[in-house]
Write a protein that binds this ligand. Structure first.
Ligand SMILES: [Zn+2]
Length: 314
């Protein structure tokens, strides 16, 4: 059993309807001292798979002996989650590009500042759960500054982003706080999403995070050996080139795909004409994200991601 379970609801502003805008966290305190592991999800509100994962983690962890503390942030972006949108409807700003945030900025910038103060500044390890949104389904883990911890999740495909000249790939993400400001081990998981049953993705993510917690010594038990893994340094994202029905033609995530092989086609929903057919970009690629069902898309919507196996390592 954990020593204590604390509900933390720090207020960061007042909503227009007069209610308190709060961050909602649950803290699991172990009997034995140790580092604080932060597990967060739904910084993009249409990626609720990780929120489901944190629910399942809570059910498992509340009855286990812990070393240190686990701080659960099941929904980083509550107003976005409530309407199943990537951004908050209040300001339509990408919360995960606003860190470390601003107390005098827009709603999402104020939320980012509060998340920095109340969550990211008090944890010693960050595990941030993303998914492919409510449409595409994704499957990879970032290697940032904690390769062993990233690998311990057990994903087949890992991605080590190539750092640009400014030393940052995505300015204003949680990395601005976890890595650049605080230098704490930080892992971003991208798993699940799409209009398909999330159960297998939730199960895999729970399993992966539990193994990371064993790796960290937060919970007892043998660390599971990693599967055969591949680390790519380059991922190409391919958005819908036009609106219409997007029809998947690609192999499953984690499978190899040769350059020129079909990824998807887009069909005019009224004339049934094929508007575009899109093929794989690299000589040797590996599938990372795709729509698994025929979905209606807007031009420019998130579509597919393929990793480059040339230059990839074990
Ligand atoms: Zn995300």
């Amino acid at each position: 059993m954990v020593k204590a379970i604390n509900r933390l609801t720090p207020k960061f502003t007042t909503n227009a309807d007069g209610t308190d805008a709060v961050i909602q966290m649950t803290e699991l305190v172990g009997e034995v001292d140790g580092p604080t592991i932060g597990i967060s999800a739904a910084i993009h509100g249409n990626e609720n798979t990780g929120s489901q994962v944190i629910l399942e983690l809570f059910r498992l962890l509340r009855d286990m002996p812990l070393k240190g503390r686990i701080l659960l942030l099941p929904v980083a972006n509550p107003t976005a989650l409530a309407v199943n949108a990537r951004f908050s409807p209040i300001d339509q700003v990408d919360l995960n590009r606003q860190f470390p945030g601003s107390l005098t900025g827009t709603y999402s910038q104020q939320l980012a500042a509060a998340l920095t103060r109340e969550f990211f500044d008090v944890i010693d390890v960050s595990i941030d759960l993303h998914s492919g949104t409510d449409r595409p389904t994704v499957d990879y883990v970032y290697i940032n500054n904690a390769e062993d911890l990233s690998r311990a999740f057990g994903a087949k495909v890992l991605y080590r982003p190539v750092v640009d000249k400014q030393g940052t790939v995505f300015a204003g993400t949680t990395k601005a706080v976890t890595i650049e400001k605080r230098g704490i081990p930080s892992v971003v998981v991208e798993l699940g999403g799409g209009i398909v049953d999330q159960t297998p993705y939730v199960t895999r993510t729970v399993d992966g995070v539990m193994n990371m917690l064993r790796h960290l010594g937060t919970i007892a038990g043998d660390v599971r050996p990693n599967p055969k893994q591949v680390v790519v340094n380059e991922i190409q994202g391919i958005r819908a080139t036009t609106g219409g029905w997007i029809e998947p033609l690609s192999p499953a995530n984690g499978e190899e795909i040769a350059g020129g092989a079909p990824l998807f086609r887009i069909i005019h929903p009224y004339t049934f004409e094929v508007l575009d057919e899109v093929t794989a970009p690299f000589t040797r690629g590996i599938m990372i994200m795709q729509h698994l069902t025929r979905n209606l898309v807007h031009s420019g919507d998130y579509g597919w991601m393929v990793g480059n196996l040339d230059g990839a390592t074990d």
